[in-house]
Design a binder for this molecule. Structure first.
Ligand SMILES: [Zn+2]
Length: 96
């Protein structure tokens, strides 16, 4: 059974969680300046990265909080979890 560590509740079964998408995709700073092609790219196109990838998850079957997880797409290992604004590269304190 895959366990995911909610930053607030601790380790729980994966079935309690809902995937929320790529955590590295920032909303455009000036939305009115984007062309239709740039909006298409922002809304629909994603990297299909092999290796560690930062994602948003919700503990939908628990505290319902959103958080960030770094998951290795090669083997689905959860390498770290933390608040949505966690910076796993600089602190290392959110490692699970
Ligand atoms: Zn939770």
């Amino acid at each position: 059974m895959l366990l995911i560590t909610c930053p607030w509740c601790g380790p729980r079964a994966q079935i309690e969680f809902t995937y929320g998408g790529d955590a590295g995709k920032a909303r455009p700073a000036d939305p009115d300046a984007l062309s239709d092609a740039e909006w298409h790219e922002h809304l629909y196109l994603r990297d299909n990265r092999k290796g560690p990838h930062d994602e948003l998850w919700q503990h939908s079957g628990g505290c319902r909080s959103w958080f960030k997880a770094r998951r290795d797409t090669r083997n689905h290992d959860i390498l770290a979890t933390g608040p949505v604004d966690a910076d796993f590269d600089s602190t290392g304190s959110d490692e699970t």
